[in-house]
Write a new protein. Structure first.
Lengths: 338, 338
């Protein structure tokens, strides 16, 4: 049995998308139990639209909502009755609850998860690991992608260990090829951080370190995991998403510029729909915050029902593969060898 | 009169592309004089294929070539007779020479330009400023993009001032909208460097600072200049190029997967050729190394004749607009106000 709390408010399409996503996930995973947090009346009204196994779904009333424009540390202190903070409290206090899925404020989720749920013993900083599709049909993880903008080589080492376990547990990637994001592939390249981190990663036996990689290789499929500080990781993922989206927009505009192009595009309609789908980051689930005592999945703010369902699926997979236990064990091993 | 030295060796398509590029530029700019460095016999043989005004072209024999795999600092010491080092020496010693265009080793060019040509008085670090096209038809500069991986807020301020002048001089951008690359747009966002740099940029009167920007906005056309350390700038430009190229490759593969798509693509043939052209960074000239005493343009290693021509065009424009003089003046002003 996997028990997940779904924060139903804070996203662009919440609560509808979050509720429908939870209902869909319940349908797909008979071993799943979901707790929805948020305004109980609104959630109840929305639930009436769906058929589901009510014995596996409960609602926890939380009338307030934390918006993305609020200062995270203030918001999590002042809005104890928000859908996010009620969800966090459930995860913290209820031993039967395994994790949380939220599509709300990223900053508030990081702060609340770190301060209230807490880090696993030995983890210096929890880190985000979003997933992108590669051109070879697989996926690539990027850790960290923004939770920690100032990091040390030791933190990068932990990111690599945690994210490698995550890719194994949630995506079945065997011995993930982990590379250090750098400005060149030679092992002498980079800033002070990268130069110091390279030997630390190279000597870490619990990861499959393949050396440095350049940003242009992200989608090539030659790497399973990009290890980076949160600043460069954030630039990497946002510029990739930005370039793909801008290019699709440009293609669309150009197609409409001439009738013959429109005719051609008509014949390729299904292909373009598939490309759009391929580029839609909502199809690849959420960004997991690694290093906390329980599972934390951050869905994109623009998540629809399908992407919320994906986030819950990720949580189920991670729970079934005992990701938390494996990270805890890895951290313990590291302490013993130090 | 603009006098430019063209290093004819070191690029993927050199010396042919470099020589043809120089000949084409001579044809376009009657006020241009070119000096080609490299193996004189090979250059002479190649020149026979073209018609040009021989009174404006000369050749400086340099039998050696510095390859991209060599250690820059060693190579520039040991290979005094390389096409790059002969070019650099001409730029350094000959007052009538205004600058250099090279498609060879980036590291060797940075080292040689900094050590031999030298920095303008007051410039802490020369910085690269490559140019990308935006979706609104204009261009966007990224400074620094890799010459300096460890920087200070003061260096970022200088990058912003120099690159703003460059965009004005070479691309006619009036009062370029300069933004600090960051993980969010709020002025409190970022790592220690960004937090310290923000007020420094905001108080710099010689630039049009518009605040923080996120990586996904790079191609939007809402910014003319991205100010960043070389590490994040390198990630930004390489991931953007990588994403665009991988997407074009995927489109091509998908088109060939079904006959109906091939038919559709046939109708859109010209459009796809234009997209490919649009994405081809070789069409946007080279990356200029700002802050040296003379003009330094680094063409992409895979430059063809058209892109070498573009690089020389950039040098001509910068010379005509007296970019070096304007940067020198800006640095002097800064010293006086300090």
């Amino acid at each position: 049995m996997t028990r997940i709390v779904v924060d139903c408010f804070g996203g662009d399409h919440s609560p509808e998308a979050n509720i429908e996503g939870a209902v869909r996930a319940l349908c797909r995973f008979p071993g799943l139990e979901a707790v929805l947090t948020g305004d109980a009346e609104m959630i109840g009204r929305e639930l009436k639209k769906h058929g589901y196994d009510s014995s596996r779904l409960s609602v926890e009333h939380a009338p307030e909502v934390i918006s993305c424009s609020e200062t995270p540390t203030l918001a999590i202190k002042q809005k104890k009755n928000s859908s996010l903070m009620r969800a966090i409290e459930l995860v913290r206090t209820d031993e039967s609850v395994h994790g949380i899925v939220s599509t709300g404020s990223t900053g508030a989720l990081i702060a609340a998860a770190t301060l209230r749920i807490g880090r696993l013993h030995g983890v210096k900083r929890p880190a985000f690991c979003p997933i992108l599709p590669t051109m070879k049909g697989g996926v690539v993880g990027i850790c960290d992608s923004g939770a920690n903008v100032d990091v040390t080589p030791e933190m990068l080492r932990q990111f690599a260990v945690m994210a490698s376990l995550y890719l194994e547990c949630a995506f079945g990637v065997n011995s993930p090829r982990a590379a250090l994001l750098n400005v060149g592939v030679e092992d002498t390249k980079g800033d002070e951080l990268r130069k110091a981190a390279y030997p630390v990663l190279a000597s870490e036996k619990r990861i499959n370190f393949t050396g440095n990689m350049e940003a242009r290789e992200l989608l090539s499929g030659d790497y399973d995991l990009v290890v980076t500080d949160g600043f460069a990781g954030n630039v990497l993922i946002k510029s990739t998403e930005g370039a793909c989206l801008e290019m699709l927009k440009k293609l669309k505009r150009d197609i409409y510029s001439r009738p013959i192009y429109k005719l051609g595009a008509l014949l390729m309609k299904r292909m373009f729909a598939e490309e759009k789908d391929f580029m839609d980051y909502r199809n690849y689930g959420g960004s997991v915050l690694l290093g906390c005592k329980k599972l934390v999945v951050k869905g994109h703010g623009s998540s629809n029902a399908a992407s919320v369902e994906k986030c819950i699926e990720q949580a189920v997979r991670m729970h079934e593969a005992d990701l938390i236990g494996r990270i805890a064990q890895a951290m313990e091993q590291a302490e013993q060898t130090e």
